[in-house]
Design a protein around this ligand. Structure first.
Ligand code: NAD
Length: 496
């Protein structure tokens, strides 16, 4: 007899982690976490927490703060490094769980996890680096310096599309800086955050320093965001939720760091290497089923090459093998849940009604085994006008809109014409053109002759305009984001 498949195994009930203990919610309720590639596969049951659980987690984090803050930063860094090494040791198991939980193919969840591992290793070293400056004073017998101070309890709220990288790239620097944390992950991917918390527990994180509460974003988010004991909120999510969180934080002038949506464009000039541009857009537009915050959703193409580009991109889209991300041959997995299929399809209908030309895709996929999951065909529209809703609004699915333009100036105008400013790319063989684009594009991330996706943990990450509120994550300033600067003036004139 073969062993039971995951689908047949008894689903496990996962608990919150509060004050050093795994505990059920006081609500007594759970929610189901379902594999989007196979809806009969129940991954597990998670706590549908309520406000009392958030309060208990904040209380535990507040109690743990003085001791954690007093631990020397290099020792805090050692715990983070150990956690990164534990994630690395368990990477095959965790990546497979992540694929089952949110759908993207194994090579993508391995990359997501690798970002967490690499950043953990990188930021652990920040515990031993300079934490301030010594600056000359303008006054005799005086010296001036700055030191980094932790803020206190930090509330971290995360999305489902990078279920390990994003919780880790917020939690690691928050902890390294000496803060304690309440983590509230997205309800589509709580298991990945359980894996992160388990790694930190095994690495020796002290009681109360890190707390995990799962459940509905609105109720738990409001409780976390408005609690006077919480010094900072760090949220990655939609611009809509970000605005609400910013408003609530603004009432108490609570620090809040927001990484939000995008409507990322690739510009393809008439001197571009078209094969290279098509391959890059196919990856950046349809990778993670178009659900990266940096996904390419607009391609602004010089009119001389627009038709050729559309034909080649449609051909590339039609070649993608779609299915369960655990299968090695899969190029594109499902959307994160069934609700997203209807939401993406609504945009296809909007695009058609607006007069754009549907080149390929534009429908849910339900043939054979795909009927079991939340699959949607890679979709390409052309003859899209910059003001159409499909060219302005974040669709968060495998839908790419081609917008033909006359020249470079028009391309830049269109690229900068949405409320977002996360990521943007240009393909051109002209050094002069790409140099100008680096200056003219209004976005936090710019790629030359590459698609709009892909981050490196030692470089800052974030967007302009309504893609965020001016903060940057990752990079060597990641710890500053979770710190206050204290300026100290020391006088030592001769006395007596
Ligand atoms: P979402 O905004 O629906 O949810 C994000 C998180 O906020 C979840 O944990 C959710 O439970 C919580 N939440 C929901 N309502 C809340 C409220 N009222 N108060 C506080 N928290 C609340 O986003 P999502 O669907 O999980 O993720 C997709 C979005 O995230 C997209 O818009 C995408 O562009 C964005 N994103 C941005 C980045 C970036 O770095 N800029 C990275 C990844 C994803």
């Amino acid at each position: 007899m073969s062993t039971a498949t995951p689908a047949a195994a008894e689903p496990k009930t996962y608990l919150n982690y509060i004050g050093g203990e795994w505990k059920p919610s006081v609500s007594g309720q759970t929610f189901d976490n379902i594999n989007p590639a196979r809806r009969s596969h129940l991954i597990g049951r998670f706590q549908r927490s309520d406000v009392a659980d958030v309060h208990a987690a904040i209380k535990a984090a507040e109690a743990a703060f003085p001791t954690w803050k007093a631990l020397p930063a290099p020792m805090r860094g050692d715990i983070i490094l150990k956690a990164a090494l534990i994630l690395e040791r368990d990477r095959d198991r965790i990546a497979a769980q992540m694929t089952q939980e949110m759908g993207k193919p194994l090579k993508e969840t391995q990359g997501d996890l690798q970002t967490a591992i690499d950043f953990g290793k990188y930021v652990a070293g920040e515990g031993r680096r300079a934490e301030g400056e010594v600056v000359p004073s303008a006054i005799p017998d005086k010296m001036c310096l700055t030191v980094r101070q932790p803020l206190g309890v930090v509330g971290i709220i995360t999305p489902w599309n990078f279920p390990m990288a994003i919780p880790a790239w917020k939690t690691f620097p928050a902890l390294l800086a000496g803060n304690t944390v309440v983590l509230k992950p997205a309800s589509d991917t709580p298991l990945s955050s359980v894996a992160l918390v388990e790694a930190l527990i095994e690495a020796g994180i002290p009681t109360g320093v890190l707390n995990l509460v799962t459940g509905p974003g609105g109720t738990l988010g409001d409780a976390l965001v408005t609690d006077p004991r919480v010094a900072m909120i760090s949220l990655t999510g939609s611009t809509e939720v970000g605005k609400r969180v910013a408003e609530l934080c603004g009432r108490d002038l609570r620090r809040c760091s927001l990484e939000l949506g995008g409507k990322n464009a690739v510009i393809v000039m008439d001197d571009a290497n078209l094969a290279e541009a098509v391959a890059a857009v196919s990856w950046a537009g349809f990778g993670t089923t178009g659900q990266c915050c940096t996904a390419t959703s607009r391609v602004i193409v010089h009119e001389k090459v627009a038709q050729a580009f559309a034909e080649k991109l449609a051909a590339a889209a039609e070649k993608l093998r779609i299915g369960d991300g655990l299968l090695p041959e899969t190029d594109m997995g499902p959307l994160v849940n069934q609700g997203r299929v209807a939401a993406v399809h609504e945009y296809t209908e909007i695009g058609k009604a607006e007069g754009a030309t549907l080149v390929t895709g534009g429908r849910p996929l339900a043939e054979g085994v795909l009927a079991e999951g939340a699959f949607y065909a890679p979709t390409v529209f052309t003859n899209v006008k910059p003001e159409m809703r499909i060219a302005q609004e974040e669709i968060f699915g495998p839908v790419v809109s081609i917008i033909p333009v006359r020249d470079y100036e028009e391309a830049i105008r269109v690229a900068n014409s949405t409320m977002y400013g996360l990521s943007c790319a240009i393909f051109s063989e002209s050094a002069r053109t790409v140099q100008r684009a680096m200056r003219d594009i209004n976005a936090g991330l710019i790629y030359i002759n590459a698609g709009t996706t892909g981050a490196e943990p030692h470089l800052p990450f974030g967007g302009t305009k309504q893609s965020g509120n001016g903060h940057r994550e990752l990079g060597h300033k990641a710890v500053e984001e979770f710190s206050e600067t204290k300026t100290i003036f020391i006088s030592y004139p001769q006395v007596g």
